[in-house]
Design a protein around this ligand. Sequence first.
Ligand SMILES: *Cc1c(COP(=O)(O)O)cnc(C)c1O
Ligand code: SF4
Length: 451
Amino acid sequence: MSSVSTFEPSRFRAITRANVGRLPEWAGLPAELERAIRVVSTVLPFKTNHYVVRELIDWARVPDDPMFQMTFVQREMLSSADYAQMAALVDGGAPSAQIKAAADEVRLRLNPHPGGQLTHNVPSLNGRRLPGMQHKYRNTLLFFPGQGQTCHAYCTFCFRWAQFVGLTDMKFEARETADLTAYLRAHPEVGEVLVTGGDPLVMGASTLERYLEPLLAPEFEHVDVRIGTKSVAYWPQRFVTDPDADALLRVFERVTASGRHLSIMGHYAHPRELGTAIAQRAIARIRSTGAQIRMQAPLLRHINDDPQTWAQLWTAGVRLGCVPYYMFVERDTGPQDYFQVPLARAWQVFREAYQQVGGLARTVRGPSMSTFAGKIAIDGVADVAGERVFALSFLQARDPAWVRQPFYAKYDRRAAWFDELRPAFGDQRFFFESAPNRLRAAPGRRLDVIH
Ligand SMILES: *Cc1c(COP(=O)(O)O)cnc(C)c1O
Ligand code: SF4
């Protein structure tokens, strides 16, 4: 059954629906799990790679293993009715066009475009929309290079899932950097460009350099660079053994040598991602270029919903020279019920993890929800004037004046997102919502950075 050659290191040795049946014998993927993957992956994206399979997943703990849950789709990610429908088509050998049509119907029920993500925050210049960018918070411009819109492996919980199954035309991909520099010239308030995706580090070093090169001109001296990526966890070979690994590090060096800050926003969701020799080597090599690594990830049931996991992640990260940055609340798209953690529990996990770590790891903030209005942190649960409330504040906001202003919502044990919360103390609206249109009525969740 197994073909060893499938597992020889190479750049994108992908495991997909097409070859999941050829996993090596030592993986021992039970037949019923394999079938579930075949069925669920008709709807949700599934792609992993030999590094994740061989070095990150603990196959003795499958299916509960957190790294298995992170890239292998699971039966419970679809409703029983949807699963049964897709299973019948797959088992009956239905033509692929029929499977796709049925899958698209299921996908549309999974809130594929949370919050009109394609249309909001897209900036324009001289009346022309610039689809490869988003500008929501004053200091930071998001940049989506057209060739960085896929990943080394797909996270089962990713809110970009619709893009990976072709449901979303990537209308916001950038095709050229001329728009970027023109926008920066017109917006001197932008102090950093955050290159994101997908995963921009699926791009070759020379492609990335072409995107970054124009930013290094003296006129953009005030602009720092961030790169959001999961490759530090899923494909550390990118920085160590890929044919252009050295070239990539030279690109990083060019950025830091120009006097800019370069931060790799590493998506690390579980301490095991930091545990391999090659992952640690990747961190050391990135840091040797003068770049900083920051760590962020969502809180996810089945993967990292306990305080010890986060405490270990942050402590191990600090030891390796990374800076804990954000814990996010998972969003409402795709298999949301499967991964959802109630806000009250999210705060408890954050707090108990924070209590366990040393001061150097307490740079982390969260749990944070990326809402239409901004990034809202749950600062705590408190009893105030006889009412149990969530204390909240903005870490980032559409209006910078809202940031770090405390505000309060009625405690709700089950609420899992901001739009399920109501103002405390009998207020009609939160302080940042102007009558009569509550901001919350606007698209609540949107396309934001995941890393
Ligand atoms: C999170 C985010 C940023 C970056 O925010 P930081 O707090 O600086 O990390 C920028 N733009 C958008 C749209 C975001 O969601
Ligand atoms: S979280 Fe990042 S690496 Fe994972 S699928 Fe989404 S964009 Fe790709």
